[in-house]
Design a protein around this ligand. Structure first.
Ligand code: F6P
Length: 516
């Protein structure tokens, strides 16, 4: 039976997704796979603490997994991870409200170094983001990438245990996994969500192992990106780089007896939950503390930026825009404070270390130029902050800047909007984020232009209240109606259709596909 899904005309809830999953997926295992785990255990003195990483992917997938009650396979990267799992490397999560299983896989340091830091983040990350950072390709990293994907494949096969299963793979760390799985069990339904952009074919063609990588991805039954633009780039890349039949009409690719549907599904957040959490008394308490800590008076204006300290996020460009704004708008000296939270990430990679020092130097230079008395324009926090602290900052700010040089989606923009039930705040958003396609009511900027961004800050702080509220209301209605459950239901719906099609017409389908 075909589920009737109308993700764009209906607001999905956690309960509706849960119903869809239990009605349509009973007897089918749901296995998610990603490099990053949703809960990390670390030794803190004699105790073990559990932290959630600064990752859009894990924040987005966690509510889905709570609804499925399935298994999530991910790299156990915390130093106390082994101490907290059972003999099967399983742990029930979330802590305190266990509703699904986290299965950790173990990668030794050398493998992690080459597969995660090397190929994934020095190679594929800059290649796909096209942010003027030259990608690095080492044969040894590629071989490690292959081996690490194999480790994940072994874990998936073990968890599926020969049962009907849907495997939902995340991101660019695991491009070879789909084909590996299909070779070992062709009955698995395999889907992958690529959370970062897919570049155009001219950019991608420099990748030295492009045929193997693309072949790996074409093991998927469904390959999803945030935007149609990334889907078109992928179809075009395959058309030029590898032997396969590309059907642009159907947005599908046929290769080696497999059909891969390529579809856009823009990711989002759990709006209702976020909206509710942001109103909690604990967030209020943090808000009052921040106000004091930042020495904000009645005249003060607070701008914020919250990002992983990644060179794709346009953080130096943003600080320079604040500098330019103060230059052009002297009346805001002593009034505007810009708080940047830059969460350290991938710190073994040289470009990331350099960014950390560059941010500190830039903040120092701008503060030296403008500060007087107790006031300084830039407050830089290079540390991880819990979600409740971030929500407090969302609620305190007059505006938030998301100025990525290139971003698949950017969930910080959606989180900021979901925290602002009062609607009295502005969002400055890079046109080069996936979010900009939906957020047409934001103040859209080109992050490469300091002038343009300084004008955007001026627009944010001088905008009439009625306009600010109206824009924020419209942004909130976008996230509210297109939430994470809508994203998941769209993907799950497509997977159920694929499964049903395969079950109903397996012999006919196979004959058709292999004759192509
Ligand atoms: O945005 C791409 C991405 O891999 C996400 O999927 C994830 O949220 C984020 O980067 C964090 O990266 P990492 O897992 O390397 O810390």
């Amino acid at each position: 039976m075909k589920p009737h899904l109308e993700p764009h005309t209906k607001t999905w809830t956690k309960a509706a997704l849960h119903r869809l999953l239990t009605e349509q997926l009973s007897g089918t295992r749901f296995i998610a796979v990603s490099n990053r785990e949703p809960y990390i255990h670390r030794f803190e003195g004699d105790n073990i603490e559990c932290v959630q990483p600064a990752s859009g992917l894990t924040m987005a997938l966690d509510p889905i997994m709570r609804a499925t009650g399935g298994t999530w396979i991910a790299h156990g990267s915390g130093d106390a991870d082994r101490a907290t799992v059972d003999l099967n490397s399983h742990i029930a999560v979330p802590p305190g409200d266990p509703s699904y299983t986290l299965r950790r896989v173990w990668l030794d340091k050398a493998l992690e170094e080459q597969y995660y830091y090397g190929l994934s983040n020095e190679g594929l990350w800059p290649l796909c983001h096209v942010a003027f950072h030259r990608p690095v390709f080492r044969r040894s990293d590629w071989e490690a990438y292959r081996r690490a994907n194999q480790v994940f494949a072994d874990a998936v096969i073990e968890e599926a245990a020969g049962q009907p299963a849907i495997v939902f793979i995340q991101d660019y760390h695991l491009a070879l996994l789909p084909r590996m799985l299909k070779e070992r069990n062709p009955d698995l339904i395999v889907a992958q969500f690529w959370h970062i952009p897919w570049p155009n074919r001219e950019t991608f063609r420099v990748f030295p192992w492009k045929e193997e990588l693309l072949d790996g991805m074409l093991g998927n039954d469904l390959l999803a990106f945030h935007l149609n633009y990334h889907c078109s780039n992928f179809l075009d890349t395959v058309d030029r780089c590898i032997e396969a039949r590309v059907d642009n009409e159907q947005s599908a690719i046929y290769r080696g007896g497999n059909m891969t549907r390529v579809r856009p599904f823009a990711i989002s957040i759990d709006f209702e939950q976020h909206d509710q959490d942001a109103a909690a008394p604990q967030v209020d308490r943090h808000r009052h503390r921040w106000r004091k800590e930042l020495k904000l008076g009645p005249e003060s204006v607070l701008g914020i930026g919250i990002d992983r300290a990644d060179y794709t996020k346009g953080i130096p460009e943003r600080l320079c825009a604040v500098d330019r704004f103060l230059e052009d708008n002297p009346e805001y000296r002593g009034i505007l404070t810009f708080l940047q939270v830059a969460v350290p990430t991938r710190t073994h990679i040289h470009d990331y270390q350099r960014l950390g020092s560059e941010l500190a130097a830039l903040a120092e230079r701008i503060n030296h130029r403008w500060s007087h008395g107790a006031w300084k324009p830039i407050v830089l926090h290079q540390q991880h902050l819990p979600q409740s602290e971030l929500m407090a900052l969302h609620r305190l700010a007059a505006f938030c800047m998301v100025t990525s040089l290139h971003d698949g989606m950017n969930l910080v923009a959606k989180e900021f909007v979901a925290s602002r039930a009062d609607c009295d705040a502005a969002l400055i958003l890079s046109t080069f984020t996936g979010a900009a396609r939906e957020f047409t009511s934001a103040i859209l900027v080109n992050p490469y232009s300091a002038d343009h961004m300084a004008d955007a800050i001026r627009q944010a702080v001088t905008m009439p209240v009625a306009e600010r509220v109206q824009r924020m209301e419209s942004l909130r209605s976008v996230v509210k109606s297109h939430n994470i459950f809508g994203w998941a239901s769209g993907i799950v719906g497509a997977l159920i259709e694929i499964r049903d099609l395969k079950q109903q017409s397996a012999p006919a389908c196979l004959a058709m596909v292999s004759s192509l």
